[in-house]
Design a protein around this ligand. Structure first.
Ligand code: HDE
Length: 709
């Protein structure tokens, strides 16, 4: 069925239908006879797949037609429940390689054998939207990884944000209910801009740190390829002597971080609701697979004692300045799935999936997750045998146990013994190599109470805010104003602004002004006095960690007939050398004829390729082309949006009338705009695009920007 980890494998779909049977794990063709003959599920060759059996050509259908009945029966049952959260996701295969051994800290072989390659599967997702929702929702992104290690499957069910909304699993159903569409009207879909969400949040101060992250540009990533991943909780590493070290897991994209603007996100969702999945598919398909560094923050009990916050509290980070992220390996995601349902839909991530040498902390959210993920697979996949589905089967080691039977059992033990201990033989426990739980000393009173050490909800929220560049702070303010403007109840808006006062007075004031509140509502009294003003951390800003190269990005080249071949070729060569990609956008999809007579085929017709789909744009047109295109509304939008979204714009001198028609006058020409007169300008322009956006432009375009400067 699949275990493809390279493009060749997935680029060549197998004819026919395969099923995994027996306990050997080998694949068998189900078809009788040759693979080209259509058969029923029973392997019987089908003679007519166009007409059902009827009593006369115009008569009633006959129940006897087993092929018709089987086909409809199977179709009727094709859907399984979508995930209760993270329903919309996209999975790909990859490989993890260790570059630095953690043998001092753990027995987990995947973290000790330098150079060893471990196959993995990653599923990216949005949280709130249903399976068919759009990709560029303002939302947290899931970044779940399953590592098929030689000691069993290890899952890091990560997000692209290092903290969470709540501190206790008991609040998860409430959080998700509040975020999802309201139960009476069933809207809004895939967005938190509504009363229920902000009602819950404004009544849950522990969510404030997470809110700063979700209102930041992190929640509208440009691509899965430009996102960080975080295991969030403190886990344990356990070494051969049984010593435990705390660990937090980090994934850092080699291409750097990048997000879109909110106005872009809104338009991308219309232009291409599959923007993120298409981006990942294309990158892998074209042979530019994304890679991440795999890092750990390691700390001991002594650090946990002296750290200003509780390392068990999932609403807190440990700043990288305090405990640096040590890079110990990397992974590349280079394998497309053969079948979306079989792999992406059926993959079952469980936080409880750990291997010897890796353990849990007492983080109450993690403890709750360890129950929830296993439980939810039964609902979704319908049987405790979901581990028999190929995507969930361990690959690096055998599986031997006496768990058997149940719906859809595919791996059935042979022989008489199905219990342990027994006198017939079979697998036995092994205290030397088996998983042993870390013997933490625990004592206490049975109690339902949050620890005092979890009580400071504002200090790190403030630290996140002050760590952002002015433009990023502005985006947080804009996002809050937008989201709260969609709440109908004034008291909810006010309660939220009250919380913001405990984070940053200026932010609260700006949001209050943006909402048109009469004054500043009172700030709630914090449950604990905030720790001293925390220092800004550069690691928290996307802009401060920009890539500086256009590698992995996409240039949109708008062409007309008669455009300069020399400039076009120079742009394409510069982009491909990075490597990055480019697409020609042409008035007709058939393409244009360049000034030397070459035909340049369009990848997008102008209406289907708005500039929001590109990281930067170049307008390479002739005099006549510019005047024709200037009369076209979609082309004017293309140019105006590229300018409004602070993109770098390269333009041939002939394009100036088009710029004017799109509202860009001489006085608006800034250093984000570059003239493309000769071929050399093409490579200089692509070099300039490395900054990704000409951010200064936003400060001049936005009425509210001044407040953040
Ligand atoms: Fe999840 N979460 N979660 N979550 N989560 C699920 O499991 C849950 C949390 C995350 O691509 C569900 O298989 C509880 C934190 C990802 O298949 C469910 C709590 C983080 C995915 C579930 C949390 C995550 C899920 C739904 C609080 C970041 C997608 C379907 C105690 C570290 C996995 C499923 C995929 C999915 C429960 C909080 C990440 C219901 C109870 C914190 C990436 O089991």
């Amino acid at each position: 069925m699949t275990n493809g980890t390279n493009n060749e494998h997935s680029a060549q779909p197998e004819a026919g239908f395969e099923v995994r049977i027996g306990d050997g794990g080998e694949l068998h063709q189900l078809a009788t006879g040759d693979a080209d003959t259509l058969t029923t599920q029973q392997g019987v060759a089908v003679a007519d797949d166009q007409n059902s059996l009827r009593l006369g050509a115009r008569g009633p259908a006959l129940l006897e037609d087993f092929h018709l009945r089987e086909k409809l029966f199977h179709f009727d049952h094709e859907r399984i429940p979508e995930r209760v959260v993270h329903a919309r996701g996209y999975g790909v295969h990859g490989t993890f390689t260790l570059t630095e051994s953690l043998a001092e800290f753990t027995m987990a072989r995947i973290l000790t054998e330098v150079g060893e390659k471990t196959p993995m599967f990653t599923r990216f997702s949005t949280v709130a939207g249903s399976k068919g929702s759009f990709d560029l929702a303002r939302d947290v992104r899931g970044f779940a990884c399953k590592f098929y290690t030689k000691q069993g499957n290890w899952d890091i069910v990560a997000n692209n944000i290092p903290v969470f909304f709540i501190q206790d699993a008991i609040k998860f159903p409430d959080l998700v209910h509040a975020a999802k569409p309201a139960p009476d009207r069933n809207f809004p879909q895939a967005q938190t801009a509504h009363d229920n969400f902000w009602d819950f949040i404004s009544l849950t101060p522990e969510s404030m740190h997470m809110i700063m992250w979700t209102m930041s540009d992190r929640a509208i990533p440009r691509s899965f390829r430009f996102m960080e991943g975080f295991g969030v909780h403190s886990f344990r590493l356990i070494n051969a002597e049984g010593k435990s070290t705390f660990v937090k897991f980090h994934f850092k994209p080699k291409l750097g971080l990048q997000s879109v603007l909110w106005n872009e996100a809104v338009k991308i969702n219309g232009a291409d609701p599959d923007f993120h999945r298409r981006d990942l598919w294309d990158a892998i398909d074209m042979g530019n697979p994304p890679e991440w560094d795999f890092g750990v923050q390691l700390f001991d009990d002594a650090f946990a004692e002296r750290f200003a916050f509780d390392v068990l509290d999932p609403t807190k980070i440990i700043p990288e300045e305090e405990v640096p992220v040590k890079i110990i390996g990397s992974f590349v995601l280079d394998g497309l799935v053969d079948n979306f349902f079989a792999e992406t839909e059926q993959v079952a991530f469980c936080t409880q999936n750990v291997v010897p040498g890796i353990g849990f902390s007492n983080d109450p959210l993690l403890q709750g997750r360890n129950f929830s993920y296993l439980d939810t697979q039964l609902k979704r996949l319908g049987s405790p045998n979901f581990t028999h589905i190929p995507i969930n089967q361990p690959r690096g080691c055998p599986v031997h146990n006496f768990q058997q039977d149940g719906h859809m059992a595919m791996r059935n033990p042979k022989g008489r013994a199905n219990y342990e201990p027994n006198s017939w033989g079979g697998p036995r426990e092994n205290p030397d190599t088996g998983y042993s739980h870390f013997p933490a000393e625990e004592a206490g009173t049975r109690i339902q109470r949050r620890p005092e050490s979890f009580a400071d909800h504002y200090s790190q929220a403030r630290q996140f805010f002050v760590s952002q560049t002015p433009i990023e702070q502005k985006h947080i303010g804009d996002a809050l104003v937008f989201e709260l403007s969609k709440c109908q109840r004034l008291d909810i808006r006010e309660r939220m602004v009250g919380h913001l006062r405990n984070i940053d007075e200026r932010l609260a004031q700006i949001v209050a002004t943006g909402l048109g509140l009469a004054g500043l509502p009172p700030a709630p009294r914090p449950a604990a006095p905030p720790v001293a003003d925390l220092p800004p951390s550069d690691a928290l800003s996307i802009v401060k960690r920009g890539p500086g190269s256009f590698a992995g990005r996409k240039l949109g080249i708008l062409l007309s007939d008669g455009a300069s071949t020399a400039v076009v070729n120079a742009l394409v060569a510069a982009v491909e050398s990075l490597p990055a990609t480019c697409e020609f956008i042409t008035p007709k999809i058939g393409g244009v004829t360049l000034d030397d007579g070459t035909l340049a085929a369009g990848k997008q017709k102008i209406d289907g390729g708005p500039s929001v789909l590109y990281d930067a744009v170049a307008l390479v047109v002739s005099v006549q082309g510019a005047s024709l295109l200037a009369r076209d509304a979609a082309t004017r939008d293309f140019v105006a949006d590229a300018f409004g979204h602070c993109k770098f714009i390269g333009f041939s001198p002939e394009a100036v009338p088009l710029l004017r028609k799109a509202g860009i006058e001489e006085a608006d020409m800034d250093s984000g705009m570059m003239s493309l007169k000769i071929a050399a300008d093409g490579s200089a322009f692509v070099e300039r695009c490395g900054e990704l956006r000409y951010r200064d432009r936003e400060l001049t375009l936005d009425l509210d920007a001044a407040a953040f400067l």
